[in-house]
Design a protein around this ligand. Structure first.
Ligand code: ADP
Ligand code: 5GP
Length: 186
Protein backbone atom coordinates (compact mmCIF):
# COMPACT_ATOMS: atom_id res chain seq x y z
CA UNK A 1 0.00 0.00 0.00
CA UNK A 2 0.99 3.59 -0.56
CA UNK A 3 -0.28 5.89 2.20
CA UNK A 4 -0.28 9.58 1.37
CA UNK A 5 -0.39 12.38 3.93
CA UNK A 6 -1.31 15.82 2.63
CA UNK A 7 -2.28 19.00 4.40
CA UNK A 8 -1.20 22.61 4.77
CA UNK A 9 2.31 23.51 5.79
CA UNK A 10 2.63 23.10 9.55
CA UNK A 11 -0.40 20.80 9.86
CA UNK A 12 1.92 18.08 11.18
CA UNK A 13 2.47 15.66 8.28
CA UNK A 14 6.18 15.14 8.92
CA UNK A 15 5.72 14.80 12.67
CA UNK A 16 2.90 12.27 12.23
CA UNK A 17 4.88 10.29 9.64
CA UNK A 18 7.95 10.09 11.88
CA UNK A 19 5.93 9.11 14.98
CA UNK A 20 3.93 6.44 13.20
CA UNK A 21 7.04 4.92 11.61
CA UNK A 22 8.46 4.42 15.11
CA UNK A 23 5.71 1.91 15.91
CA UNK A 24 7.30 -1.57 15.93
CA UNK A 25 4.82 -3.34 13.69
CA UNK A 26 4.48 -0.47 11.22
CA UNK A 27 8.26 0.03 11.07
CA UNK A 28 8.80 -3.59 10.04
CA UNK A 29 6.33 -3.37 7.18
CA UNK A 30 7.25 0.07 5.82
CA UNK A 31 9.96 1.68 3.81
CA UNK A 32 10.56 5.34 4.56
CA UNK A 33 10.44 7.61 1.56
CA UNK A 34 12.61 10.69 1.57
CA UNK A 35 11.69 13.27 -1.06
CA UNK A 36 14.00 15.40 -3.11
CA UNK A 37 13.68 19.14 -2.70
CA UNK A 38 15.34 22.30 -3.91
CA UNK A 39 14.49 24.59 -0.98
CA UNK A 40 17.23 25.41 1.54
CA UNK A 41 17.56 23.15 4.56
CA UNK A 42 15.88 24.40 7.77
CA UNK A 43 17.68 24.37 11.10
CA UNK A 44 17.22 20.92 12.55
CA UNK A 45 16.58 19.23 9.21
CA UNK A 46 18.98 16.52 8.16
CA UNK A 47 20.08 15.59 4.65
CA UNK A 48 18.71 12.14 3.80
CA UNK A 49 16.40 12.06 6.82
CA UNK A 50 14.03 14.95 6.09
CA UNK A 51 14.82 15.49 2.41
CA UNK A 52 17.55 15.03 -0.14
CA UNK A 53 18.42 18.67 -0.72
CA UNK A 54 19.42 19.15 -4.34
CA UNK A 55 20.02 22.04 -6.71
CA UNK A 56 17.46 23.07 -9.31
CA UNK A 57 19.78 21.72 -12.06
CA UNK A 58 20.10 18.33 -10.40
CA UNK A 59 16.32 18.14 -9.94
CA UNK A 60 15.73 18.99 -13.62
CA UNK A 61 18.28 16.32 -14.66
CA UNK A 62 16.55 13.66 -12.55
CA UNK A 63 13.15 14.70 -13.88
CA UNK A 64 14.36 14.59 -17.50
CA UNK A 65 15.90 11.14 -17.06
CA UNK A 66 12.60 9.76 -15.72
CA UNK A 67 13.83 9.13 -12.18
CA UNK A 68 11.05 11.12 -10.53
CA UNK A 69 7.66 9.50 -10.00
CA UNK A 70 5.80 12.71 -9.25
CA UNK A 71 6.80 16.27 -8.47
CA UNK A 72 5.43 19.66 -7.56
CA UNK A 73 6.45 23.27 -7.26
CA UNK A 74 5.68 24.94 -3.93
CA UNK A 75 6.55 28.59 -3.22
CA UNK A 76 9.10 28.54 -6.03
CA UNK A 77 10.89 25.33 -5.02
CA UNK A 78 10.66 21.83 -6.50
CA UNK A 79 9.76 18.72 -4.50
CA UNK A 80 9.63 15.17 -5.86
CA UNK A 81 9.48 11.47 -5.08
CA UNK A 82 12.17 9.11 -6.32
CA UNK A 83 10.62 6.53 -8.61
CA UNK A 84 13.11 3.78 -7.71
CA UNK A 85 12.25 4.03 -4.02
CA UNK A 86 8.54 3.48 -4.49
CA UNK A 87 9.00 0.73 -7.06
CA UNK A 88 11.52 -1.12 -4.87
CA UNK A 89 9.23 -0.90 -1.84
CA UNK A 90 6.24 -2.30 -3.71
CA UNK A 91 8.36 -5.04 -5.29
CA UNK A 92 9.54 -6.12 -1.85
CA UNK A 93 5.94 -6.19 -0.62
CA UNK A 94 6.53 -3.25 1.73
CA UNK A 95 4.26 -0.30 2.41
CA UNK A 96 5.28 3.29 2.00
CA UNK A 97 4.15 6.55 3.59
CA UNK A 98 4.52 9.71 1.50
CA UNK A 99 4.01 13.36 2.48
CA UNK A 100 2.82 15.02 -0.73
CA UNK A 101 0.81 18.02 -1.79
CA UNK A 102 -2.51 17.66 -3.61
CA UNK A 103 -0.89 17.47 -7.03
CA UNK A 104 1.40 14.64 -5.94
CA UNK A 105 -1.44 12.75 -4.26
CA UNK A 106 -3.50 12.94 -7.44
CA UNK A 107 -0.65 11.70 -9.59
CA UNK A 108 0.23 8.74 -7.35
CA UNK A 109 -3.42 7.75 -7.08
CA UNK A 110 -3.60 7.77 -10.86
CA UNK A 111 -0.48 5.62 -11.17
CA UNK A 112 -1.41 3.20 -8.37
CA UNK A 113 -5.20 3.40 -7.96
CA UNK A 114 -5.59 0.13 -6.07
CA UNK A 115 -2.65 0.56 -3.74
CA UNK A 116 -3.15 4.19 -2.72
CA UNK A 117 -4.88 5.48 0.41
CA UNK A 118 -4.98 9.23 0.97
CA UNK A 119 -5.21 11.08 4.29
CA UNK A 120 -5.62 14.83 4.72
CA UNK A 121 -4.24 16.40 7.90
CA UNK A 122 -6.32 19.31 9.21
CA UNK A 123 -4.76 21.83 11.61
CA UNK A 124 -6.78 23.16 14.59
CA UNK A 125 -6.89 26.81 13.44
CA UNK A 126 -5.04 29.32 11.30
CA UNK A 127 -3.67 30.98 14.39
CA UNK A 128 -2.26 27.73 15.77
CA UNK A 129 -0.91 26.83 12.33
CA UNK A 130 0.97 30.13 12.12
CA UNK A 131 2.43 29.45 15.57
CA UNK A 132 3.54 25.95 14.53
CA UNK A 133 5.20 27.17 11.34
CA UNK A 134 7.00 29.90 13.26
CA UNK A 135 7.94 27.59 16.11
CA UNK A 136 9.36 24.91 13.81
CA UNK A 137 12.38 26.99 12.85
CA UNK A 138 13.32 30.39 14.21
CA UNK A 139 14.88 31.13 10.84
CA UNK A 140 11.55 31.03 8.99
CA UNK A 141 11.07 34.66 8.05
CA UNK A 142 7.71 36.38 8.58
CA UNK A 143 7.34 36.79 4.83
CA UNK A 144 7.66 33.04 4.29
CA UNK A 145 5.19 32.30 7.11
CA UNK A 146 2.72 34.64 5.40
CA UNK A 147 3.23 33.02 2.00
CA UNK A 148 2.63 29.57 3.50
CA UNK A 149 -0.47 30.70 5.42
CA UNK A 150 -1.88 32.38 2.29
CA UNK A 151 -2.11 28.97 0.62
CA UNK A 152 -4.01 27.32 3.47
CA UNK A 153 -7.57 28.19 2.50
CA UNK A 154 -7.20 26.71 -0.99
CA UNK A 155 -5.37 23.68 0.44
CA UNK A 156 -8.15 22.97 2.94
CA UNK A 157 -10.71 22.83 0.14
CA UNK A 158 -8.87 19.80 -1.24
CA UNK A 159 -9.62 17.76 1.89
CA UNK A 160 -12.87 16.53 0.29
CA UNK A 161 -10.92 14.51 -2.29
CA UNK A 162 -9.14 12.39 0.31
CA UNK A 163 -10.13 9.01 1.72
CA UNK A 164 -9.71 10.23 5.31
CA UNK A 165 -9.34 13.52 7.08
CA UNK A 166 -7.40 13.63 10.29
CA UNK A 167 -7.59 16.53 12.73
CA UNK A 168 -4.23 17.17 14.37
CA UNK A 169 -5.09 18.99 17.58
CA UNK A 170 -3.64 16.69 20.20
CA UNK A 171 -0.58 15.00 18.72
CA UNK A 172 -0.91 11.77 20.72
CA UNK A 173 -4.51 11.31 19.61
CA UNK A 174 -3.71 12.12 15.99
CA UNK A 175 -0.86 9.57 15.98
CA UNK A 176 -3.20 6.96 17.46
CA UNK A 177 -5.85 7.60 14.78
CA UNK A 178 -3.30 7.47 11.97
CA UNK A 179 -1.87 4.21 13.32
CA UNK A 180 -5.41 2.85 13.42
CA UNK A 181 -6.06 3.78 9.78
CA UNK A 182 -2.77 2.19 8.69
CA UNK A 183 -3.07 -0.98 10.76
CA UNK A 184 -6.51 -1.63 9.35
CA UNK A 185 -5.00 -1.84 5.86
CA UNK A 186 -1.72 -3.67 6.26
P1 ADP B 1 4.26 19.72 8.11
O1 ADP B 1 5.20 18.57 7.83
O2 ADP B 1 2.84 19.39 7.85
O3 ADP B 1 4.66 21.01 7.44
P2 ADP B 1 5.38 19.56 10.79
O4 ADP B 1 5.26 18.11 11.08
O5 ADP B 1 6.75 20.09 10.42
O6 ADP B 1 4.32 20.02 9.68
O7 ADP B 1 4.82 20.34 12.06
C1 ADP B 1 4.97 21.76 12.22
C2 ADP B 1 5.35 22.09 13.65
O8 ADP B 1 4.22 21.83 14.49
C3 ADP B 1 6.50 21.24 14.19
O9 ADP B 1 7.34 22.07 14.98
C4 ADP B 1 5.80 20.17 15.04
O10 ADP B 1 6.60 19.74 16.09
C5 ADP B 1 4.56 20.91 15.54
N1 ADP B 1 3.37 20.06 15.75
C6 ADP B 1 2.92 19.06 14.96
N2 ADP B 1 1.77 18.52 15.47
C7 ADP B 1 1.51 19.21 16.61
C8 ADP B 1 0.46 19.13 17.60
N3 ADP B 1 -0.55 18.25 17.53
N4 ADP B 1 0.51 19.99 18.64
C9 ADP B 1 1.51 20.90 18.73
N5 ADP B 1 2.53 21.02 17.84
C10 ADP B 1 2.52 20.19 16.79
P1 5GP C 1 7.88 21.91 3.14
O1 5GP C 1 8.69 23.03 2.50
O2 5GP C 1 6.93 22.48 4.17
O3 5GP C 1 8.75 20.81 3.67
O4 5GP C 1 6.96 21.25 2.01
C1 5GP C 1 6.13 22.04 1.22
C2 5GP C 1 5.06 21.21 0.56
O5 5GP C 1 5.64 20.25 -0.33
C3 5GP C 1 4.20 20.37 1.52
O6 5GP C 1 2.85 20.44 1.09
C4 5GP C 1 4.75 18.97 1.33
O7 5GP C 1 3.82 17.96 1.65
C5 5GP C 1 5.05 18.98 -0.14
N1 5GP C 1 6.01 17.94 -0.54
C6 5GP C 1 7.11 17.53 0.10
N2 5GP C 1 7.74 16.57 -0.59
C7 5GP C 1 7.00 16.36 -1.69
C8 5GP C 1 7.13 15.48 -2.81
O8 5GP C 1 8.04 14.68 -2.94
N3 5GP C 1 6.15 15.57 -3.76
C9 5GP C 1 5.10 16.43 -3.66
N4 5GP C 1 4.18 16.40 -4.64
N5 5GP C 1 4.95 17.27 -2.64
C10 5GP C 1 5.90 17.23 -1.67
Amino acid sequence: MIFILSGPSGSGKTTLRDRVLKDGLIKKKFVKSVSLCTRPRRTGEKEGRDYFFVTGEKFTDLKRSGKILEWTKYLGYYYGTKKALVEAALKKGKNILLCLDFRGAKRVRKLYPKETLTIFVIPPSLQELRKRIQGRSFKTKNEEVKRRVRLVEAELRQAAYYDYSLRNINLKQAVKRLKGIILQRI
